[in-house]
Design a protein around this ligand. Structure first.
Ligand SMILES: *Cc1c(COP(=O)(O)O)cnc(C)c1O
Length: 401
């Protein structure tokens, strides 16, 4: 007699309860079983009191959502397949034909591209505002503005905006504001408590986070989150998220749950090494400008001090250098190619240092007045020994002459 497949599928063994280990168990499912038909009819996934279908949540996804709420100081969280999907979900859930969205001029590039293509096709207009001039934002909010995106620090050029004034402007105009909080990661500042100690907490409405970066920490996972502190707003986002069929794989959730306990240690290590290298870059004659919000002469430094100093005083592991205009694009490309430890690649937040040259002229309608002319290279500082990274930069610079 060979074994019956039924006995393998409907096996009676139940392991003893009470297993404990450093990482929570991983539950994988499309189908979720109900104990009976009445339960199937009445189980509620929207308030997370039960399970109904893999897309609607598992113990694994609920656990990550709760831990991310703790990280960012929020109360509700949605998980999506990438940081960009988090941005798209917010725009799709909250905007309709005839509405307008405002986006900072230094925003994450694909977020601008979404506005310029899909949102425009659906009759949703957008304007870019000067991230360093709150009055420009205030002046652009109009009767159809329904959403303002904020980003601190800005993508690639790392200007730090006057976040406090920007949020106040949105609140005074009664327009929702959503922050791309990937750089701050919940560690550089508290997006739902920008002025700790204030009688009324000053908070963004929505914080989106590319978990791809520091929460994962491995450079091997794509995921995003959308965090709120308002049940009604969360439900608008959640129902759209459900209708769009956005889900995340349990193995990926497990990887982020594994990265999360060490995020603070890693972020601090990235931050310290990055500041050391930023200061060293400032002494180098090849660079016209070094962009990092903790440098006194970097655009928006005073605003970084305002929201990131507190007891945290943190910045992410990114810095950009502007090569003097006398260096050609080919020379700057050769500098990037000559780096041995820095790999050429997008994204950031993992252990390996990365370098990307950017064509800033193609990213902005005109050259920003606060930026020196030249060729911009962004460095993402990994977890290698900082003296090795400095030596690598120095040897690649020596090849420029
Ligand atoms: C990387 C990044 C994203 C997008 O994250 P993906 O997971 O790569 O889609 C969004 N915003 C910022 C600021 C980022 O750095």
């Amino acid at each position: 007699m060979t074994v019956s497949s039924t006995d393998l599928i409907h096996h009676g063994y139940v392991p003893p309860a009470g297993f404990g280990a450093p990482q929570p168990g991983v539950f994988k499912a499309s189908t979720v079983f109900f104990p009976n038909v009445a339960a199937m009819r009445h189980f509620e996934w929207k308030d997370k009191t039960a399970y109904t279908y893999g897309l609607h949540g598992t113990p694994t996804s609920y656990t990550l959502e709760e831990r991310l709420c703790t990280l960012e100081g929020g109360q509700q969280c949605l998980l999506v397949p990438s940081g960009l999907a988090a941005i798209a979900t917010v725009s799709l859930a909250l905007l309709k034909t005839g509405d307008e969205v405002l986006i900072p001029d230094n925003a994450y590039g694909p977020s601008k591209a979404l506005a310029e293509a899909e949102l425009r096709h659906w009759g949703i207009s957008h304007q870019f505002y000067d991230a360093l001039n709150p009055q420009d934002l205030a002046g652009k909010i109009g009767p159809n503005t329904r959403l303002v995106w904020l980003e601190a620090a800005g993508s690639v050029t790392l200007e730090f905006p006057d976040l406090i004034e920007q949020v106040r402007i949105c609140q005074a105009a009664k327009v929702l504001c959503a922050l791309d909080n990937t750089w701050g990661a919940g560690l550089a500042f508290a997006p739902f408590d920008l002025l700790p100690g204030a009688a009324q907490p000053l908070a963004v409405d929505i914080s989106v986070h590319a978990l791809t970066k520091y929460p994962s920490g491995g450079g091997d996972v794509l995921m995003g989150s959308v965090i709120t502190r308002d049940p009604g707003l969360h439900m608008r986002l959640k129902l759209c998220h459900m209708r769009l069929g956005l889900g995340v794989a349990a193995n990926d959730v497990e990887a982020v749950l594994r990265g999360l306990p060490s995020i603070q240690l890693r972020y601090t290590a990235h931050d310290q090494a990055t500041r050391t290298l930023a200061q060293w870059c400032q002494t180098r004659p090849e660079f016209a400008q070094v962009l990092h919000p903790a440098l006194a002469n970097s655009p928006g430094h005073a605003h970084w001090l305002q929201v990131c100093q507190g007891d945290l005083g943190r910045a992410a592991g990114l810095l950009s250098v502007m090569f003097k205009p006398e260096y050609s694009q080919a020379q700057v490309d050769a500098f990037c190619d000559a780096l041995a430890l820095f790999e050429i690649g997008y994204s950031w937040g993992g252990p390996v240092s990365l370098v990307v040259p950017y064509d800033l002229a193609s990213m902005r309608p005109s050259w920003p007045a606060h930026l020196a002319r030249g060729t911009l290279v962004r460095l993402s500082i990994g977890l290698e020994a900082v003296e090795d990274l400095q030596a690598d930069l120095a040897q690649a610079l020596r090849r420029l002459v």
